[in-house]
Design a protein around this ligand. Sequence first.
Ligand SMILES: CC(C)(COP(=O)(O)OP(=O)(O)OC[C@H]1O[C@@H](n2cnc3c(N)ncnc32)[C@H](O)[C@@H]1OP(=O)(O)O)[C@@H](O)C(=O)NCCC(=O)NCCS
Length: 198
Amino acid sequence: MSAPPDGYHPVPPGKLASVVTSLEMLAPAPARAEPSGLGLSLRRVAAPGADWYRALYARLGRDWLWFARLSMADPALLAILHDPKVWVFALEQDGADVGLLELDFRQQEEAEIVYFALAAELQGQGAGRWLMNRALEIAWAEPIGRLWVHTCTLDHPAALDFYRRSGFTPFRRQIELADDPRATGALPRDAAPRTPIL
Ligand SMILES: CC(C)(COP(=O)(O)OP(=O)(O)OC[C@H]1O[C@@H](n2cnc3c(N)ncnc32)[C@H](O)[C@@H]1OP(=O)(O)O)[C@@H](O)C(=O)NCCC(=O)NCCS
């Protein structure tokens, strides 16, 4: 595996750099105790509209500078979202969409949790456990032998440990460079102030 040499590497203005950790689960992990009183439900969105999806993605992902889906043109985005092997779910509470779960079964015998997020007001109450329990039930009901997920250092600082507590084991670390979505205009310039825009 080729890797850049040790030391500091300049990141050009307008770019973001992060460390990505991928984690996997090779057999269904036991469900974790979950709260029952949050009034949560999960809705499969069979053919998401690009505008609905992008709005939810931007709302849930802006604090973490999620960018990948914001810069895609509609045909490319919908080619993924309308693939019968890509399953998009909205987490609902009191009729509002407060979370996103996206599962990708396009690789045979495995699934990826591509996106997993709660709205800020729902974090830290066990809703993550609730959503992960549903994700594990849905994914492992299919004929897969591996479920994987990745998270990066721009995500919520608790995400990596949350995935480990949920039963995933880290197996790969990568460095990712990408356009800063605030520099391209895909997200407002005041998003994610803990990561200064350069
Ligand atoms: C990562 C993320 C999903 C974690 O969700 P969360 O709700 O904070 O996680 P949990 O469900 O584990 O809840 C956190 C704590 O609430 C506690 N909690 C409070 N009330 C609870 C209850 N009634 N039942 C269970 N747990 C409860 C738990 O103790 C839990 O901590 P523990 O697992 O260490 O015991 C969430 O922070 C998030 O969506 N972040 C933004 C998007 C993101 O970064 N996604 C991941 C990148 S791919």
